[in-house]
Design a protein. Structure first.
Length: 202
């Protein structure tokens, strides 16, 4: 597994960034983007962002029963390594983990490989939630993902009115880190000394 790259920022910046990650999760509860209790699923790819989210959620003082879930799309050579990394992190935290598989046929249903993988991932995760009676799936989408989504929608000609970004909460899906810069997440990973598997397709 890879580790976050070395960073010249001092200890205090790293600490402050980690605090920001935690504080946004607390705000998400206050804003009802996250529940105050019950079973909560963490969608984890094994990459830097979702690994940080898994650990950050495990530190929260709420009455959650966390469940980790990862999806193997089989799109690159490290896909199995990423799933194994999620299982290892979940075991270290004492969190149950589900490894889901999607077939190439399912991935090929989308407009492209990335879109098809996303649709397949969302479908199997939502099905698992229904099977386990879980109402919330948390993802590690951040401010850069939000900006890219708005930009791509504008490129498609939606205009400003139709260029809305990713919602913080819709259906099963909760995205509490949409206001967070990816650099904050990287600093959280460094502060906690976490390892992760880089996705070569990302």
């Amino acid at each position: 597994m890879d580790s976050a790259p070395s960073c010249p920022e001092n200890f205090f910046r790293r600490r402050d960034c980690a605090v920001k990650c935690i504080e946004l999760l607390k705000s998400a509860v206050a804003d009802q983007v996250l529940p105050t209790d019950g079973r909560v699923m963490v969608a984890c790819s094994g990459g830097q962002d979702s690994t940080a989210l898994l650990y950050a959620l495990s530190e929260m003082p709420f009455n959650w029963q966390l469940v980790a879930a990862t999806v193997n799309h089989g799109l690159h050579d490290r896909a199995s390594d990423a799933c194994s990394a999620v299982v290892a992190h979940a075991e270290a935290l004492g969190i149950p983990c589900h490894v889901l598989e999607v077939s190439p046929t399912e991935v090929n249903r989308g407009a492209g490989t990335e879109d098809g993988a996303r649709q397949a991932r969302y479908r199997v995760l939502e099905n698992l939630c229904m099977d386990l009676a879980i109402s919330t799936i948390v993802t590690a989408h951040h401010a850069m993902d939000q900006a890219e989504t708005v930009f791509m929608r504008m490129l498609k000609g939606t205009g400003l009115k139709g260029a809305g970004g990713i919602p913080e909460r819709r259906g099963f899906w909760s995205r509490p880190w949409l206001g967070l810069c990816p650099s904050h997440i990287a600093e959280f990973v460094l502060a906690r000394g976490l390892s992760f598997v880089a996705d070569p397709t990302n």
